[in-house]
Design a protein around this ligand. Structure first.
Ligand SMILES: [Zn+2]
Length: 184
């Protein structure tokens, strides 16, 4: 997927998480931009550093690193008035994970590279209404978008639960209940 599409998708993911109610849109746009930066992989190929673009499109950079930074920020900010860094890394994790999922719509990605070279794809589901009409009812784009939506939902759940814990001084369990009540 092209980098502009990734930026717009990340921005929409931020809006879908309801972030614009608590954060400035410029802040959401800034993190959306950061989530596009793994596409620097595209420049490594012509420069001869990579034969296929895969250095940054992996689970370590897109999921493991930002979620560990989120947990570290949560730990260090737990007794401070700020939740700035935990929020930042949570949003970044959602947008980076969404980026890789969106890329997987167009084909497999070596998401465990360099530890493992295997190509990983989204589950291949192709449901067609009739054999005469070739457009799918459920196909790769739908599967990719659904996976992205689940990531957004989990991100929104975590973001709002943390917000209720901090602003309303609730326990994690009560804050989660409060968030779920808001959602449903
Ligand atoms: Zn990409």
């Amino acid at each position: 997927m092209d980098s502009l599409a990734h930026f717009i998708l990340a921005l929409l993911a931020g809006m879908a998480m309801g972030l614009h109610r608590k954060h400035k849109v410029t802040y959401i746009a800034f993190i959306s931009f950061l989530a596009v930066l793994i596409d620097l992989d595209h420049f490594l190929v012509p420069l001869g550093y990579e034969t296929v673009y895969r250095s940054l499109h992996n689970v370590y950079i897109t999921i493991l690193a930002p979620s560990l930074l989120f947990l570290a920020a949560y730990y260090f900010e737990r007794n401070t008035p700020s939740d700035r860094y935990q929020t930042f890394f949570l949003i970044l994790t959602v947008m980076l994970a969404g980026h890789v999922i969106a890329d997987m719509i167009y084909g497999p990605v070596k998401i465990f590279y360099p530890l493992d070279d295997r190509d990983v794809s989204l589950p291949h589901i192709d449901i067609q209404a009739t054999n005469e009409f070739t457009s799918e009812i459920i196909g790769p784009i739908g599967i990719g978008m659904t996976t992205y939506a689940v990531i957004i939902f989990l991100g929104a759940l975590a973001h709002d639960t943390l917000y209720h814990m901090r602003r309303k001084c609730l326990s994690g369990r009560d804050a989660l209940k409060h968030t779920l009540k808001d959602f449903f």
